[in-house]
Design a protein around this ligand. Structure first.
Ligand SMILES: Cc1cc2nc3c(=O)[nH]c(=O)nc-3n(C[C@H](O)[C@H](O)[C@H](O)COP(=O)(O)OP(=O)(O)OC[C@H]3O[C@@H](n4cnc5c(N)ncnc54)[C@H](O)[C@@H]3O)c2cc1C
Length: 427
């Protein structure tokens, strides 16, 4: 696959003399830069904040409209593969984020019922060397804070909180309308308003979120809650019939982040539905003692519904465009939601360049991002089926995991980690 970064266009005015068949060009002359865009962004999640920073690097100014009174620092852990870390470095936020991240040395895949290890995927130096950037895990709040810090120190970005967007109108000037009746005109509207995206229904009607039939539970506990005998330097993936659990340390190693996915009907109302430990332990009746101890550690649990979007191709209407979960929400089973949002931002900024031709740039952005995000959605669904296998299917899966070297299993993910989705060629 071939990707390109569009360079900022300059209009060069080259005076010349024509004398006796020779053209004499006077060089250099100060290039006249094409005027930059002003962009309105709906939503200050990972996609919206990253878009503003990436576009600012190309000289564009933006206003971000966020419905929440302050940036939502709730949420659980996020895994940042090398592709996500690469964008964070390019955005200039990696330095402030890195100290809050943990550096897992490996992924341990275990059978949730007998506690036995099925496979180990090494994430150390050779992994970082191979993919050009390391694998890290962070709390969502730390990532949001690092992006917000970069936004607040940037004069070309204006963040407006407490401002819910009600609709948009493409046109010569793209228009955002707030629920209080204000209108904001700009050269481009970016809809970064998450998987429920009210703006998506105006750009691409009929693409509503699909419930996966799973409830996602999340909790944090002190790092000391990790039972003795479990590896603090590992991301754990426990596989159970109809469920799986992932845990790892976050917040510089101070807290244990636990997320469980269980095949059971979900309350769809938000990210923060109160859940009980007993609900979870009942859903994992055969859990091995080490896993039971992990699940018993947190005092409280929150739950949300597993949802994704069926891939669709209408990501824009004229000069209004979707990014992040609003365009391609996926189940979190490849841990790529935040990474895809970051890549979208970098790719859109690269395609827009100096902003010469907005509609052509949007078409390039869609062409570059859609195949990759479609594959992420599809492979995440496939992982759900594999992780939750039962009976003889689960036995075959476990035998395969035991017999395949971890390096080969990681190789199957290199299409995610090795690609530079906004540069000329794979990294
Ligand atoms: C509160 C919260 C907690 C999360 N917790 C987790 C988690 O624990 N684990 C995980 O894997 N993923 C979590 N996510 C999702 C994860 O952050 C996203 O999948 C991914 O980062 C893509 O980000 P995004 O910016 O596209 O969407 P989001 O992160 O969903 O951000 C969308 C933003 O748009 C704002 N918004 C929505 N509608 C409007 C409107 N009409 N007007 C103005 N603003 C609007 C929202 O308030 C939000 O700030 C969470 C998201 C949120 C919002």
């Amino acid at each position: 696959m071939c990707y390109w970064r569009e360079q900022p266009a300059r209009t060069l005015v080259l005076p010349f003399l024509y004398r006796k068949g020779k053209v004499i060009v006077f060089w250099p002359l100060r290039p006249q830069r094409k005027s930059e865009l002003h962009i309105s962004i709906a939503g200050a999640g990972i996609a919206g904040l990253a878009c503003a920073i990436a576009l600012g690097q190309n000289g564009h100014s933006s206003t971000i409209f966020e419905q929440a009174a302050r940036l939502e620092t709730i949420g659980a852990g996020l895994q940042l593969g090398p592709n996500a870390v690469r964008v964070l470095k390019d955005l200039g936020v990696w330095e402030s984020l890195e100290k809050h991240c943990c550096a897992p040395a490996r992924i341990r895949i275990c059978d949730a019922n007998n506690g036995k290890q099925l496979s180990v995927l090494e994430l150390g130096d050779s992994f970082a060397k191979k993919f050009g950037s390391p694998y890290r895990v962070a709390h969502r709040a730390d990532l949001i804070n690092a992006l917000a810090q970069a936004v607040s120190g940037n004069d070309s970005i204006n963040l407006v909180n407490n401002c819910r967007i009600a609709g948009l109108e493409p046109g010569e000037r793209a228009r955002l309308k707030t629920v209080s009746g204000d209108v904001h005109d700009s050269d481009l509207v970016i809809a970064a308003d998450g998987f429920r995206s009210p703006l998506r229904s105006q750009i691409a009607p009929g693409n509503d979120p699909r419930l996966s039939g799973e409830t996602m539970y999340r909790a944090l506990a002190p790092a000391s809650a990790l039972p003795a005998g479990l590896d603090p330097d590992a991301v754990y993936l426990w596989l159970a019939p109809g469920a799986h659990v992932v845990h790892y340390l976050v917040s510089g190693g101070r807290r244990l982040n636990i997320v469980a996915s269980v095949e059971q009907p979900a309350d769809q109302s938000g990210w923060n539905n109160i859940a009980s430990r007993d609900d979870l332990l009942t859903a994992l009746p055969g859990a091995a003692i080490a896993l039971r101890n992990v699940l018993s550690a947190p005092e409280s649990w929150l739950a949300w519904a597993g949802v994704d979007l069926n891939p669709f191709t209408t990501w824009s209407a004229s000069n209004c465009v979707l990014v992040g979960d609003a365009a391609h929400a996926s189940l979190p089973y490849l841990a790529q939601g935040a990474a895809m949002a970051l890549e979208d931002a970098a790719c859109l900024a690269a395609c827009l360049g100096a902003g010469d031709n907005v509609s052509r740039s949007i078409a390039r952005y869609e062409a570059q991002r859609q195949p990759r995000t479609t594959r992420i959605i599809e492979e995440s669904r496939r992982n759900a089926r594999i992780y939750h296998m039962r009976g003889s299917m689960a036995q075959v899966r476990n035998l395969t995991l035991k017999s395949l070297p971890g390096s080969m299993q990681l190789q199957r993910l290199s299409w995610i980690y090795a690609t530079h989705p906004y540069h000329d060629s794979p990294a």
